[in-house]
Ligand binder design. Structure first.
Ligand code: FMN
Length: 198
């Protein structure tokens, strides 16, 4: 197991979504180790409501073709150079993780499962960051397209909630400032009730 080098705080604050990768592949074993740790995410009733379809290694080239056909439907009309440029958002990533959750017909369970899977995804992102691997959670419209779902292997009643791209990178994107606690917190009991009619 890899020794952790970042504190939880450092990983949370320092992680950035990486959208420009450098083409270095992500090692399958590193990815499996990251996933083995990420599953320790909170999830109601221990349903562990997630499964993953991973694209890495030599199979990643088939995935590139699927993404080309899906995301760039006019690819045949493009010059080789233009296509290569458009494809870089896929080809330079080192691995792909499609996170699939069951879509429970009961709203409460469905929302809980989506929430739990989201914490699981962030675990993956933070753990990957500790390995020096960047990631970006992507939700392109085609995740719901029937042909794409079929190619990924999503069954009826399942939803692909994330295309997580992972990989190595040369440039750290600048962080967009976040709101401070005092901007988002209201202390219970501190709100005045000015409605005198009650
Ligand atoms: C549910 C979700 C969906 C996202 N979808 C996309 C996406 O489709 N494309 C993209 O470039 N980034 C996507 N992102 C990444 C956000 O753009 C990114 O987290 C945000 O800009 C904040 O940057 P940071 O992660 O570096 O702090 C998504 C993030 C989340 C949580």
């Amino acid at each position: 197991m890899k020794e952790q080098s970042l504190s939880v705080r450092e990983a949370i604050i320092g992680r950035r979504s990486i959208k420009k990768f450098n083409g270095q592949p992500v090692d399958r074993e590193d990815l499996m180790n990251i996933i083995d740790d990420a599953v320790w995410a909170p999830n109601h009733k221990n349903r562990e409501p997630w499964r993953l379809v991973v694209g890495c290694g030599k199979e990643i080239f088939d995935l590139h073709r699927l993404l080309r056909d899906t995301a760039i439907p006019n690819w045949k009309e493009l010059s080789e150079e233009a296509l290569e440029k458009q494809m870089q958002k896929f080809t330079l990533a080192g691995a792909f993780v499609f996170v699939i959750v069951p879509e429970d017909v009961r709203q409460k369970q469905r929302l809980e499962d989506f929430a739990a899977a989201s914490t699981f995804i962030q675990n993956i992102q933070l753990l990957a960051w500790d390995y020096g691997i960047g990631s970006c959670w992507k939700t392109p419209d085609y995740l719901d397209a029937p042909a794409f779902r079929e190619a990924i292997g999503a069954a009826p009643g399942e939803r692909i909630i994330s295309m997580l791209q992972l990989g190595y990178f040369d440039e750290l994107p600048k962080a967009v400032e976040r709101k401070k606690s005092k901007e988002i917190v209201t202390f219970f009991g501190s709100v005045q009730n000015n409605d005198e009619s009650e």
